[in-house]
Write a protein that binds this ligand. Structure first.
Ligand code: RRO
Length: 293
């Protein structure tokens, strides 16, 4: 699989409708992630369900999506239009996950991305056992590369428990991190910005947590897994920091929602300058090169 760059979109913002996927294909994004799909179509939560202040966001989308059968048709059309790698995100019980995996595999998706870390579902499945089951079902359903969209861990013990599960699986891409749940923002009118009150928190404020998670995965797995850093990437410097702690690719969520596809051009251009400034000949050379005091 070839990535013509290091930055692409995180699952969630502007990646459901055919015209949004086409815009990603036409952009500098080096791959395309599709919105997490479920077995049945979902309307999602009541609006307002997204809010940002230019730096940070909260969302309580509630997994709105057209269902996996329609998403498979959109992935197929996207693969006819573009040769960029497509990461097809999905969520569900092990049985549902297996059915969705087969459909997305057949539609031409390059990487099957299991999302069991949505902060806005009643039972946010962040237990290691549910991952074991889900990954097992997905592994049986496809021979293609697998990715896991991981929750934002706040402590090392819990993250290491998951590392044990991931070690037993053939997941190749660790996508870290999903939005930590329980965020709340107020708008300028002093209103709680989201109808469901709380939501997943994204943007500049989670960069430190994302870097912390990426660093631990890199310490644990070295080169055995590829880490995709997600959280607070607005600039080339942010992407560079993700590389330094161990990511080999980065995904952009809140900044893509706010700035549109131009963010990928900006991050790639600024990263080039940043790498040169610090004496790295390529992005690959910078991976895991953070200096420890
Ligand atoms: O749709 C959502 O509410 C959502 C999902 Br599936 C997710 O994985 N992460 C997020 O912040 N929102």
């Amino acid at each position: 699989m070839h990535f013509n760059g290091i930055a692409f979109n995180a699952s969630g913002p502007r990646d459901t409708e055919p015209e949004e996927l086409k815009a990603l294909a036409d952009s500098r994004a080096c791959a395309i992630t599709t919105k997490t799909a479920t077995i049945k179509p979902r309307k999602g939560n009541p609006k307002p369900r997204y809010y940002d202040d230019g730096d940070n966001s909260v969302n309580s989308m509630g997994l709105p999506n057209p269902g996996y059968e329609e998403m498979a048709r959109r992935i197929k059309a996207l693969k006819h239009y573009s040769d960029k790698p497509v990461f097809a995100s999905f969520s569900g019980s092990p049985r549902e996950a297996a059915a969705i995996t087969s459909a997305f595999d057949e539609a031409g998706a390059d990487v099957l991305e299991l999302n069991l870390s949505c902060p806005n579902l009643g039972k946010g499945k962040t237990e290691a056992e549910s991952w074991l089951e889900g990954l097992g079902a997905v592994e049986e359903a496809t021979k293609k590369s697998l990715a896991a969209k991981l929750p934002c861990f706040l402590n090392a013990c819990e993250q290491e428990l998951f590392c044990g599960v991931l070690e037993q699986s053939r997941v190749k891409y660790l996508v870290a991190v999903n939005s930590p749940g329980g965020g709340l923002m107020l708008n300028q009118k002093n209103e709680i910005a989201l109808k469901p009150l709380h939501g997943g928190y994204g943007g500049k404020g989670i960069k430190a947590l994302a870097l912390g998670n990426v660093f631990r995965y890199h310490e644990y797995f070295g080169n055995k897994k590829k880490i995709i850093g997600v959280g607070g990437v607005f600039s080339g410097r942010d992407a560079f920091e993700h590389l330094l702690v161990g990511a080999s690719l980065v995904e952009i969520g809140t900044a893509y929602q706010i700035h549109g596809t131009g963010i990928f051009t900006r991050v790639e251009n600024e990263l080039k300058t940043e790498l040169e400034k610090h004496g790295f000949k390529s992005a690959g050379e910078a991976i895991g090169k953070a200096i420890q005091l």
